[in-house]
Design a protein around this ligand. Structure first.
Ligand SMILES: N[C@@H](CCC(=O)N[C@@H](CS)C(=O)NCC(=O)O)C(=O)O
Length: 206
């Protein structure tokens, strides 16, 4: 019998990798995690995924999954004990997809500009933050209605989004804490305090 495991190429501070690892952990799937340096990407990684971003998962069948959301879905299709995929609810699934799309394609570019404002001198850091805040406002409204983004339980959307809000908060924690996004603050604290998140972060220090 083979002892091989799927391989996950990861990078410890990467929010995309965190969301993938959250789903893999919650599904109870064991993987061989290879921590990569983004400056010196291993040849194995570039051979199977020339685009050179992480996370990348190589399954036991040799399938290469190159997008963090697809890795989450792959893991949760195998086992979804907390019903993160909301399989029986098409409407909520659509809401999740829309929210994660907004995170990845609208919020994330402004998060990068807010965090690395010196690389984007066209606008001020405050301007980038205020554009990113559109997404926080939307999350705050959703979180004023239920404990998590879609309902009262952690779902795919929460796990996919909170690592980015964590990164946003960390740019200027003082500002974030005094901001009016009180529901987002509470939700973020809950997400980073989950056993799943604590476990994946703990593992990184091994
Ligand atoms: N759309 C990809 C984005 C992944 C991504 O951009 N990862 C960053 C690290 S957080 C990366 O690998 N960047 C490549 C580099 O910096 O060379 C996904 O969802 O997995």
């Amino acid at each position: 019998m083979s002892n091989r495991l799927p391989i996950l190429y990861s990078f410890r501070r990467c929010p995309y990798a965190m969301r993938a690892r959250m789903a893999i952990k919650t599904a109870g799937i064991s993987v061989e995690q290879i921590e990569v340096s983004l400056k010196h990407k291993p040849r194995d990684l570039l051979e199977c995924s020339p685009k050179g971003t992480v996370p990348v998962l190589v399954t036991l069948d040799g399938e290469v999954i190159e997008q963090s959301r697809d890795i989450m879905s792959w893991a949760l299709q195998k086992s979804d004990p907390g019903n993160w995929l909301l399989k029986e609810n098409d409407l909520k699934q659509q809401a999740m997809t829309q929210l994660v799309d907004k995170c990845d394609f609208e919020f994330k570019p402004f998060l990068d500009r807010y965090k690395y404002f010196d690389r984007y001198p066209e606008e001020s850091q405050e301007e980038y933050r205020s554009r990113a805040e559109n997404f926080l406002t939307e999350l705050n409204t959703a979180l004023s209605k239920h404990a998590f983004l879609i309902d009262d339980n952690m779902r795919f959307a929460d796990a996919a989004i909170f690592p980015f809000i964590r990164q946003f908060a960390a740019v200027d924690m003082e500002w974030f804490k005094q901001s009016s996004y009180t529901h987002v603050q509470r939700w973020l604290e809950v997400c980073v305090g989950t056993e799943t998140f604590l476990k994946i972060m703990e593992k990184q220090r091994e």
